[in-house]
Write a protein that binds this ligand. Sequence first.
Ligand SMILES: [Zn+2]
Length: 394
Amino acid sequence: MKFIITSLAFIFFTISTLLSQTHSTFYQNIVDGVKYDSVLNYLKKVELLGVKSPGTTALVNAKSWLVDKYTSFGYSNIQIDTFTDNGDVLYNVIVTKTGTLYPNTYLIVCGHYDSKAGWSGDSPGVNDNGSGVSIILEIARLLKNVNTEYSIKFINFTAEETGYTGSTNYLNSIVIPQNLDIRLVFNIDEVGGVAGQINDIIKCESDQSSPTVNNVTSAAFTDTLMTLTGLYSSLGTNNTNAYGSDYMPFQSAEYIITGYFEENQSPVVHSSNDDLAHLDTSYVYEIAQAATGATLFLAQAYENSNIIGEEKSDYLINVFPTPVKDQLYINASVPIYKIELFDVQGRMILENVLSNQFNNTINFSEFENGIFHYRLSDKNGNVLKSGTLVKTTN
Ligand SMILES: [Zn+2]
């Protein structure tokens, strides 16, 4: 429990007994829905589809399979981003789940579905990247009917293996021209581990590349991802540099990225041996649980009974700056009665009744760096605004 001093609050109390859970049981119940057999069946299908490189029927069949799966989960907002590269017609598969509070701000959860062909061998790509695809399918299945404050785009990129061709096309033809507001790109690539080894650690990847303007926020989200991984799986974590996958075009364009990559690195990816027998399906299952818990938090999923529908998002409330260093300012055109702050584990760390209901300053200097969720309510308990903040010291 942290105690902080706010400059204007005259009634100040923290609650230690009401909210002592270290993680959300609501999220855990959803994470518990991850099925080992679902993951296994997706991986088997990826193997069966064969070598999915540009120009192959297998790649087109994989696209159709993905569309069928997302459709069977109940999604209707499925966009096929079609383009041509080196004479091959290619398809990114983009599934959008609309957020309730920030419908125009997107969490991208992505993993490529193509596989490698060429001099190093023709690969069915069960680990690289059937593992990521299987996990994303499972997350999409479980989150279909869960309310999230932020919108989510589940994306399976094509032609990652030819140099991020699919993700680069999506960025340049859709994200930048449409000026999409992207909260975070969470990439999952090659998370199958190595059969016969103990696979119990996952690399959580942060942006350590140039441009550096987006690196601090990536580090904060990656720390959060590590915490969430510990909460919703039995896996250990290792913070490493992000490189060599579809998040790189996004980081180059100054978007915020994070990702998962296997700790024990498979020696058979990009070869014909990248099959089911060479990876660890239990490891993929664990990561599916971690990734589901992480996605729930990163998209700010909430129980239907929370009635966030009562939020009055048209009120003019400015919460700034973000990232926040020492002082957080809240300026409002309507009276705000109460602010609540939660840490990444969902624990309430501050509950203040505000002295000045229109202009407030909250002291953040005593908080550790990381991600916080805030909620502002009126006197009747209606949520006026909620959101996420990043605290940094630099
Ligand atoms: Zn890959």
